[in-house]
Ligand binder design. Structure first.
Ligand code: GDP
Length: 444
């Protein structure tokens, strides 16, 4: 996520951190770098200007310059200002309404409205809400079908609208249906256009008046950078938006939209889309995002993700095994890989790790990483139970057999065994000295 921006800011962080003393000149140099990084990430100019001015003002203050670790203090200021820029704190969904609470989804065509409606439905269903999806996108007939299909896959109800109806009629029918069937929440998807046009704005205004939604969310593609922000502003002038959802943050979005949209529109980013799949929606936390951008990782989200997806009993089994002095074997290795996959794969994890750790994990890029992981599982599957428990018995003949079984070259089996040995060493250290010792070993 935001690789360029992140890389450049991390460089600044590194330089600052290494300096025992800071002068106004040092800080100015660093700020010039930050400014360039932000502009290249397509952050809106007024936002950049204000941000730099704020950081500078605070950074040349006495507290920072006289602190024992001035570099660290400046980084802290940058982190705080980035957080503030993105809205300080997460603003959750407001569903406080006489049921059904209506969520109106607005945005341009292709922004990810339909997908995001389904993602939201999934999230609310998890919170035990009775959810109804509905679409009034009568101009793109496939859109209604797309929503119905998504709803079915999630086992969420979808209102049976069709492309011959008028959006206003659909809205009235949905409202009536939702009341009669006691839905808690209705997520109402609307038609997008390629650009902003008056007819669309007029229509969505009418729908807004009819539905009286508690939430009017603007869905916008983060890859559009400043354009995304400008469209959001234009929508916000016509429609009382209550929040923004930024999609496609998993792509090569540069970060501009995420950093500017709050400041320019005054509306909070409530969620971000991080994959095409229905589980690819994350609650937006400005502070965690700032940490991620600065390469400090987002350990809190990582833990939450783990709590949700990891089989704790399985994890405990491995932990107990290590504590009792038994060594970590290939069976455990395989089970760890499976857990990792459940947490969204390598990409989702690396994104949230502190840069030092992610860097340590090496050249693994997320996509090839996931593929490599599946190949590794294939190799382990081709082993006998004894081989998995005692990998040291795997010599040349066995290696050839395993390679043939998994359909890979012998070198790949070797590589897996070497990697496994490294991990085993790390695990040993972990079981002896705990996390802190392992972290020290990694940094040294
Ligand atoms: P709509 O026209 O606004 O309803 O857009 P769709 O929901 O049909 O989405 C357009 C395209 O963007 C589809 O191919 C989606 O799979 C994709 N998409 C939506 N959200 C995300 C996201 O967060 N990440 C990625 N990678 N793709 C997304």
């Amino acid at each position: 996520m935001f690789e360029n921006l992140s890389g450049r800011l991390q460089q600044v962080v590194k330089t600052l951190r290494g300096q025992a003393r800071l002068s106004e000149e040092n800080i100015s140099d660093a700020m010039r770098e930050v400014r360039m990084a932000l502009l290249e990430a397509d952050v809106a100019l007024p936002v950049v200007k204000e941000f730099i001015a704020q950081v500078k003002e605070r950074a040349v203050g006495r507290d920072v310059l006289q602190s024992l670790t001035p570099g660290q203090a400046v980084i802290q200021v940058v982190h705080e200002e980035l957080t503030r820029l993105m809205g300080e704190q997460n603003v959750g969904l407001n569903l406080a309404a006489v049921p059904p609470a209506i969520i109106l989804m607005a945005g341009l065509q292709g922004s990810g409205k339909t997908t995001t409606s389904a993602k939201l439905a999934r999230l609310l269903k998890e919170q035990k809400k009775k959810v109804l999806l509905a679409s009034a996108d009568v101009y793109r007939p496939a859109a209604i079908e797309q929503l119905k299909t998504l709803a079915k896959s999630l086992d969420v109800d979808c209102f049976d609208s069709n492309a011959t109806q008028k959006p206003q009629d659909i809205a009235a029918n949905v409202l009536d249906f939702a009341k009669r069937h006691f839905y808690d929440v209705v997520i109402f998807d609307t038609a997008g256009r390629l650009g902003i046009d008056e007819a669309m704005m007029g229509e969505i205004q009418q729908l807004h008046a009819l539905l009286n939604p508690v939430e009017t969310l603007f869905v916008v593609d983060a890859m559009q950078g400043q354009d995304a922000v400008n469209t959001a502003r234009a929508f916000g002038e016509t429609l009382p938006l209550t929040g923004v959802i930024l999609t496609k943050l998993d792509g090569d979005a540069r970060g501009g939209a995420a950093l500017s949209v709050r400041h320019i529109t005054g509306k909070p980013i409530k969620f971000v889309g991080v994959s095409e799949k229905v589980d690819g929606l994350e609650v937006f936390h400005p502070e965690r995002m700032a940490s991620r951008v600065l390469g400090m990782g987002d350990v809190l989200s990582l833990i939450e993700q783990a709590q949700k997806n990891v089989d704790m009993a399985e994890a405990q089994k491995v932990a107990d095994k290590l504590k009792s002095g038994k060594s970590f074997d290939l069976e455990d290795f395989k089970s760890q890989m499976l857990q990792m996959r459940k947490m969204g794969g390598m990409g989702a994890l690396m994104d949230k790790m502190p840069a030092q750790l992610a860097g340590m994990a090496g050249q693994i890029n997320s996509e090839t990483g996931d593929k490599a992981m599946r190949r590794m599982e294939g190799i382990i599957n081709a082993m006998t139970a004894e081989e998995r428990r005692k990998p040291e018995i795997i010599k040349a003949t066995r290696k050839r057999r395993i390679a043939a079984g998994a359909g890979v070259q012998v070198q790949e089996v070797n590589r897996l065994l070497n990697q496994f040995e490294e991990i085993q060493k790390m695990m040993k250290m972990f079981s002896k000295g705990g996390m802190s010792k392992m972290m020290r070993a990694m940094q040294g």
